[in-house]
Design a protein around this ligand. Structure first.
Ligand code: GLA
Length: 402
């Protein structure tokens, strides 16, 4: 099997598609183009909404937004996700979100929700900003756990922030993206994806404290160590606005409440014995995942700094086991992908993102990447799963005007 490099490295297909779409729908040259990346998370899963630590990096796959202003105070969004444009007066966004979201197609709640949350964050009335036409096209695979939604939110947020001259900083824009996702779309996610998409750097991961939102750039050193990070996309799609993600978040909140702490971030490994006494088995295992995962993020950062990326394999594998056994958010396809990658000699592998489908990542020797990809493909065929999509990613720059 041949591993694709990074399919749209420069994003030229979505970048040109978005321009064509804008010209077709709006009929004049746009004011500018902005873009924002998806992400993979190296380690630190479901820790973000527990005020904990995460270590994601932005990937080369980007969502492009083309924007122009209009004089009538309306916002119109059009995308390659759906043929029909959606148009709303800016001063009616308050009626749509959060209560009236069923009145617009789900995809449009991302950009419209960003416009709504941005005005609120900036303390600006809708009548004080010009109307906008926005076209969106994306190279970020949807439903693969690579944060296609954060890429839309971040690209829209930087575009509107510039077009409306609001001057919000990147962390404020990441918060706007999360507000759109939580309140306009209705998915109870944390802030990791928006921060990664906003703050991404070439060749580095972002070590984020999700309580303070302090972000530190951590050199991953993959290229110097002759390593590559493969994405093993299972093709099993998921949606975080439903079911499992919400349940896990509720279990974590319950665990923190019983343990008398503001968030699970405030528990350490030393507290687990007491937690086991006080919590039911399922809640305890959810709590144990978060507490040990937070520690694994700290250990990964320290290991990268002191020993380099070859030494983090065990932490990645332990993270996967914890998500499979304690947090119970893996699926057979993810477990098979991780096992097959390890059997073929990957340095480490784990599922990435919210779980219940999506992608795993495998850290592999460059010389071994074909072997690892073939092993995953063979294991999928043997298990009767649809063929996985395997490609490599490198840490990339965050949201920007193109
Ligand atoms: C999804 C959410 C994030 C985070 C991850 C799990 O990607 O959007 O906020 O909770 O799941 O780590």
């Amino acid at each position: 099997m041949t591993v694709e490099g990074t399919p749209p490295v420069t994003g030229t297909d979505a970048a040109s598609a978005v321009r064509d779409l804008f010209l077709l729908e709006v009929g004049h040259e746009p004011a500018g183009r902005w873009s924002a990346p998806g992400r993979v998370n190296l380690i630190g899963e479901h820790t973000d909404y527990n005020d904990g630590f995460v270590l994601p990096f932005a990937i080369p796959h980007r969502t492009h937004v083309q924007l122009g202003t209009r004089a009538d105070g309306r916002i119109r969004v059009v995308s390659t996700f759906d043929e029909a444009p959606v148009e709303v007066p800016l001063d009616e966004l308050d009626e749509l979100f959060p209560g009236g979201r069923e009145n617009v197609p789900t995809w449009s709640a991302y950009p419209l929700g960003v416009a709504w949350a941005l005005l609120r964050a900036a303390g600006r009335a809708a009548r004080t900003v010009p109307g906008v036409d926005i076209a969106i096209a994306s190279n970020v695979p949807v439903g693969a756990g690579l944060s296609s939604s954060a890429a839309i939110e971040s690209a829209t947020a930087v575009a509107l922030n510039d077009a409306w001259g609001l001057g919000l900083d990147r962390v404020a824009l990441a918060r706007v993206g999360r507000t759109a996702e939580n309140e306009a779309v209705g998915a109870p996610t944390g802030i990791m994806d928006q921060m990664a998409s906003m703050l991404g750097r070439s060749d580095a991961a972002i070590f984020l404290d999700c309580r303070t939102l302090d972000a530190t750039v951590v050199d991953v050193g993959f290229a110097a160590a002759d390593l590559e990070l493969l994405v093993l996309d299972t093709g099993v799609t998921h949606a975080h606005s439903t079911g499992g993600y919400r349940d896990r978040r509720a279990s974590c909140e319950r665990g923190a409440e019983v343990m008398g702490v503001p968030a699970l971030r405030d528990l350490s490994i030393a507290d687990l014995a007491a937690a086991e006494q006080r919590l039911d088995d399922v809640t305890f295992r959810r709590v144990r995942h978060i507490v040990t995962e937070n520690q694994r993020v700290l250990d990964t950062v320290q290991t990268l700094r002191e020993s380099g990326p070859r030494a983090i394999g065990g932490l990645l594998v332990a993270s996967h086991a914890s998500m499979r056994d304690d947090f119970e958010i893996s699926v057979p396809e993810l477990d098979v992908a991780v096992e097959a990658a390890l059997e073929a000699g990957a340095v480490g592998a784990r599922m990435t993102g919210g779980g219940f489908g999506g992608a795993a990542i495998a850290l592999v020797d460059r010389a071994r990447r074909e072997r690892v990809a073939a092993s995953v493909e063979t294991a999928f065929a043997a298990a009767g799963f649809a063929a996985p999509h395997v490609f490599s990613v490198t840490p990339s720059a965050g949201a920007a005007r193109d």
